[in-house]
Design a protein around this ligand. Sequence first.
Ligand code: F0G
Length: 455
Amino acid sequence: MPVRTIIEPFRIKSVEPIYGALSTERRRLLEAAGYNLFLVPSEAILIDLLTDSGTAAMSTDQWAAVMRGDESYAGSPSFTRFRDAIQSIFGFRHVIPTHQGRAAERILFSVMCKKGDIVPNNTHFDTTRANCEYAGAEALDLPIPEAKEPSRMHPFKGNMDTAGLAEVIERHGAKKIPLVMLTITNNSGGGQPVSMENIRSVKEICKKHGIPLYIDACRFAENAYFIKLREPGYADKRPREIAREIFSHADGCTMSAKKDGMANIGGFLCTNDDLLAQQEKDLLILTEGFPTYGGLAGRDLEAIAVGLNEALEEEYLKYRIASTAFLGNHIGSEGVPIVQPPGGHAIYLDARAFLPHIPPSQFPGVALANELYLEGGIRSVEIGTLMFGEHATMDLVRLAIPRRVYTQSHIEYVVEVILEVWRRREQIRGYAILHQAKFLRHFTARLQPSPLNTL
Ligand code: F0G
């Protein structure tokens, strides 16, 4: 029999000890943090699944490239390597470096949008939405209906509702829609991929109306691999070829290199439009920096140039998608409700189904995330009523997996902790807010456990 175990395709050269806090200390630390995991110091976390952004382990090749970084203010060869690496995968004419994804978004929307415009997306990530709205435009989410049901299986649950898109363009007119965006994979919708067929159909609709299509490319390599695994006709193609095909349908992209760029910081904005590129570079100089560094050090540009290629390596993607699925399948098979099927970068627990006795007004997602911390020192993030207020349609807890950081036994530990919390779920209580900020309250809110269960 051939060996079937999928291994981490790397060995460990430099280790970072993790201690976490003793289980007896965790309750006190959580109380001191106002029951908000954002306010717990990271030294007191054992396994940190808060985000997959900027948390990747860099490879030996990336560290070697860091040493090659040329820190010249203008015309650095590090920028040339960065631009060439991006162009060979993404294929766009202009590459504009930024300090991270949201800076690319701000520049894109400032240049392309005005008050009263509408920007459709399968689902805007929260910074994308905020930057779009800051430019005066409406950020419109058009996911397929299946995306709204956590337990519903669909191979490409990140797809955009193309009939909805055509209808929005018909109703408001193309002049009001400066661009359409597709987020691959769809982070806010459960890390679910978008199919090539959907990308093609969205492009066709855009083309008919002369509207440019931009891709929020943060997790493009994971999306490309899902296409290889699930879409007819792609099984024999390399992830790199699939990525090239994806971007051949787009007019530009925004990217956070903190995800599939395998870097700890960085991002970029791409476009094929010469006039827009000029305006974007002018704005870049104002707040980010000269167009050959855009707020990044030369060494960051080098790390990204190498990281983008590593993210497309087939052995890496195979392990990456398998390890996320391992977590999802091992808790899913025990009855733990998750967003199905498992996504690329994260598993999302459905806290409303996990804790049906806690109403959304008492933050079931916060309650579940806090229990995972108390039980096993695991940090996750609530994506639900604390984050979105009454607009929340789901209460989810995201367990995002940093790239190349944790081994299978770490993930097995996470499975065990979740199952332990699942066993005693009926004793878990909800929370009430003690203090909250006016905007983005989830980052700083202070809470307290609710006195009674409202069964
Ligand atoms: N778009 C998507 C789909 C994202 O997931 C993120 C970041 C951004 C844009 C913004 O990029 O952080 O470099 O400015 N997502 C992180 C997360 C923060 O935890 O999912 P950024």
